[in-house]
Write a protein that binds this ligand. Structure first.
Ligand code: SAH
Length: 372
């Protein structure tokens, strides 16, 4: 009988390909591991499945309640007015999952018919399975929708960008400190073929990524960062004409430590076993996002906690309206509200943050006042 406590060697096509790659070219940097596990063109986690919901691996805020997307729809309508109601306007969503949030956003945007009439929707999605799902969800949306693999493919012009739980799925780099200096953290192979964490040679280019005041951290310290390219591209667009909202889980104060995690069937699993079969994410460093966005010319509003953001946008009133319209669903609506606002350290209301980016001359974006 197999001992369930001993990790077995995955023999999936992706695991075999990653093993070959590591044998041929040496251990893979953690960011490459994450990018391949999630986005490999044939066998990547997102390439091959719809991971959401109770029967899937994890549940996101728009899948918990329609209130989330509706409030983001009102946020977008308010942002459009702050921008001077430009026509046309591009409403962009990065990583739209099942399309649930955009469906709720567009329904709520009916409160401002001129906004709906002015918009073209652009969904940036790399997964063919999820793109199909989004096309089904949004078939009757009533506004023009285009799909792209990359934000760069969205035509320029006045833009509103929404991104929920998108940045956490972008590859994260890790550096490890030794007595000699900083090294890239990598994934290599144990003699029995299992994937194991490893470290590359001491590397000044890796050290240069670590903020100066942490460079002399004790041996064993880990520092994590993401490339700034995506947030810079968003910031450069909104600095021309627009606004953006990023909601994700993560921290406001930069710190040492690693947060790479794998989730499968709503449970944490080993991020190195069964590549391509579990969702791999890492916390978003909102301090780094804000710094990169400001350097690219955007004004930064927030970050605030998701709980603070949704409260400022009036989620309690929206919940009351929904309960009055469907009293038999009151308990369900209250449970969703409690989950979205959960103030516990690991609850969505507190661990998740909302960050706004805007053209520098815009009035403050709604919901992002740090001390309302
Ligand atoms: N926003 C959705 C889904 C979050 S999961 C929700 O809140 O429910 C992450 C989403 O980002 C998925 O749709 C995934 O396919 C997509 N994605 C991951 N990496 C991407 C990339 N580099 N470019 C575009 N989409 C990406």
């Amino acid at each position: 009988m197999t001992d369930p406590t001993v990790p077995t060697c995955s023999t999936s096509p992706l695991a075999e390909e990653l093993r070959r790659k590591i044998r041929d070219r040496g251990p893979l940097p953690v960011a490459d591991w994450m990018a391949l596990c999630l986005g490999h063109p044939q066998h990547g986690y997102y390439t091959t499945r719809d991971p959401f919901g109770a029967a899937g691996d994890f549940t996101t805020a728009p899948e918990i309640s329609q209130m989330f997307g509706e409030l983001l729809g009102l946020w977008a309508a308010a942002a459009w007015q702050l921008m001077g109601a430009p026509v046309p306007v591009r409403l962009v969503e990065l990583g739209p999952g099942r399309g649930t949030m955009m469906a709720d956003v567009l329904r709520a945007a009916r409160v401002l018919p001129a906004f709906r009439a002015a918009m073209t929707v652009h969904l940036v999605e790399t997964s063919p399975v999820l793109e199909r799902r989004q096309r089904e969800t949004l078939a009757a949306a009533g506004v023009p929708i285009a799909w792209h693999h990359d934000l760069a493919a969205v035509p320029d012009g006045a833009t509103i960008v929404l991104a929920n739980e998108f940045f956490d799925s972008l590859p994260v780099h890790q550096a490890v400190k030794s007595v000699a200096g900083w090294h890239a953290r990598t994934v290599g192979l144990a003699p029995d073929g299992r994937f194991v964490f490893d470290v590359g040679p001491e590397d000044p280019a890796v050290a240069a990524q670590v903020p100066e005041f942490w460079r002399s951290a004790p041996a064993g310290a880990i520092f994590e960062w993401r490339d700034d390219a995506v947030v810079q591209a968003i910031a450069a667009r909104v600095a021309r004409q627009g606004a953006a909202l990023v909601v994700d889980y993560g921290h406001v104060d930069q710190d040492l430590g690693e947060t790479l995690q794998a989730v499968r069937a709503h449970d944490f699993v080993d991020p190195l076993q069964n590549p391509g079969e579990a969702d791999l994410t890492a916390h978003v460093d909102f301090c780094a996002l804000a710094r990169a966005a400001a350097a690219a010319g955007a004004r930064v509003d927030g970050p605030v906690t998701q709980g603070g953001f949704l409260r400022q946008l009036g989620i309690a009133t929206r919940a009351d309206t929904l309960k009055a319209a469907a009293p038999q669903k009151a308990a369900e609506i209250d449970a969703a509200l409690a989950r979205l606002l959960d103030p516990a350290k690991t609850g969505m209301g507190s661990l998740f943050k909302a960050l706004g980016l805007a053209h520098p001359s815009l009035l403050p974006l709604p919901g992002l006042d740090p001390a309302p």
